[in-house]
Design a protein around this ligand. Structure first.
Ligand code: SF4
Ligand code: SF4
Length: 468
């Protein structure tokens, strides 16, 4: 990508120590090799462009504070994030009535606890809830303005409906001083016909997994290998007819992208049938078994999913979207940047959330994790015989240890500002884990120049991401 000659000139002058502000204010156009006919406004435009690059470390050797100088987690911080957690979630059962071929607990993946058809223990779940509720009463609870997600996952959560019913009834007896619970469930929807009254009456935010039309949904099969599409869509119709308002307000769809569907067609299917845009997810690419990698890649990239999404305007450009959000100055791309205090300062590397900041997740085996989207081998504590065992010091040390493995890589990674990589999605068995998202200085410069050039050509891209 070519850098505009005016920018090149500005860089040269800047490197020579010229006071660019002063020269431009004094309209010293000769200095910039600009012919008389050149518009001063254009020079100012490129100067703004130049300043943007400068402020974002484009000309510096390293724009970040090295990670070894950064603060480390301590007991107080772990406690603080736990008190302010956004969500309490439960793995209601590890059983499922489907056998989706790409399932995160299926043959492609490792790192999760063995699926044995277990159900979560109500008393242990209640003990964890009581523990968090107690913490929430603390003066350290600063998120007094928001609801707390109260979420049910599986397996298929509706296979253990008695637990959900009991837990919801119990949660409704709890009086929190500030926050309210917001019930949520992610389901394959095949038992909705049995339980929809309860779900509607308790105002659940419902996420239904469906990959698009019958052909798109071909990987989501029943235990006997038969398709699940007809039964699910029948249930969705029932729900929609039963309470159109609930359906409109509370129901969303999650579609996994793979080689049997296509983002645009999936979007059209949901728009036509339900007037909704689904949440599109790529296949999780962490924890894939070595011997399954080839097959997995075929399923994941058979249709070049990422490329397809980035080519579709309605889904946004994946490359520039993240870049714009990070550098536009109106948003913080991740909370750990916000809490680091100060530009180009990092509290931790990677895009990982603070421990328990987003969620506290209890598995059927009584393990406490920071969320349901990471391999279950990373348990941070336990609930055993109605007792919560969570050692904040150990949690802090565990996280600090993980970050120290990554620091050499992240210290020199130019994606650090934008990074969304969760540390638990890397191969942490190695002392120096590799990261597929790493970019060096040259790659960063090429990418930045490329994205800025396309924004110049089509400013609407910026508008689509940031708004007017
Ligand atoms: S996937 Fe990683 S970053 Fe995301 S909520 Fe879970 S622990 Fe946090
Ligand atoms: S992309 Fe990878 S190497 Fe770069 S900051 Fe994120 S986790 Fe570190």
């Amino acid at each position: 990508m070519i850098i505009h000659p005016i920018i090149k000139k500005l860089i040269q002058l800047y490197n020579k120590g010229v006071d660019l502000d002063q020269q431009i204010n004094e309209r010293n156009l000769q200095l910039f090799d600009i012919k008389n006919s050149f518009d001063l406004e254009q020079l100012k435009y490129y100067y703004t462009y130049f300043k943007f690059l400068k402020e974002n470390g484009y000309f510096e050797k390293s724009k970040f504070t090295p990670l070894e100088k950064m603060k480390k987690y301590n007991v107080e911080e772990i406690k603080y994030h736990l008190i302010n957690t956004d969500q309490i979630s439960f793995e209601v059962t590890d059983a499922c009535n489907l056998r989706c071929e790409y399932c995160g607990y299926g043959e492609f993946y490792s790192g999760y606890d063995k699926r044995e058809g277990k159900e979560i223990d109500f008393d242990n779940a209640k003990a964890l809830l009581d523990y968090i509720v107690d913490l929430k009463k603390s003066v350290m609870n600063v998120k007094t303005y928001r609801n707390i997600g109260f979420s049910f996952y599986g397996g298929e959560p509706l296979l253990n409906f008695p637990f959900i019913e009991k837990m919801v009834n119990y949660a409704n007896t709890i009086k929190l001083p500030y926050n309210k619970f917001l019930f949520q469930m992610t389901t394959n929807g095949l038992f909705l016909d049995k339980y929809m009254d309860f779900i509607i009456n308790h105002d659940f935010a419902l996420a239904i997994s469906l990959d698009g039309n019958k052909e798109h949904n071909a990987y989501r099969v029943l235990a006997n290998g038969k398709p699940s599409f007809d039964k699910l869509t029948k249930n969705i119709e029932l729900l929609k007819n039963k309470s159109p308002e609930y359906f409109e307000k509370n129901v969303e769809f999650i579609s996994v992208l793979h080689d049997k569907n296509e983002p645009y067609e999936v979007r059209d299917f949901f728009m036509e049938k339900y007037n909704k845009i689904p949440r599109l997810l790529p296949l999780a690419n962490y924890g894939v078994r070595e011997e399954k990698k080839e097959e997995f890649e075929r399923m994941k990239n058979g249709n070049n999913t990422k490329q397809k999404i980035s080519n579709k305007k309605d889904f946004g450009d994946l490359n520039s979207d993240r870049f714009i959000k990070t550098y536009c100055g109106y948003t913080y791309s991740k909370t750990s940047t916000l809490t680091a205090g100060g530009k180009n300062h990092r509290f931790v590397s990677t895009g990982t959330c603070h421990p328990f900041e987003k969620s506290v997740f209890l598995t059927v085996n009584g393990k406490i994790l920071p969320c349901e989207r990471i391999p279950q081998k990373y348990g941070l504590g336990w609930v055993k015989e109605k007792k919560v065992e969570l050692d904040y010091q150990k949690v802090a040390e565990f996280y600090n240890g993980l970050y120290s493995k990554l620091k050499d890589k992240c210290n020199v990674c130019e994606r650090s500002d934008e990074c969304l990589k969760c540390i638990f999605h890397l191969d942490l068995s190695s002392t120096k884990p590799e990261c597929s998202d790493f970019i060096n200085r040259e790659q960063f410069k090429r990418r930045t120049t490329g994205i800025l050039s396309s924004l110049e050509l089509d400013p609407k891209i910026y508008q689509n991401v940031v708004g007017d």
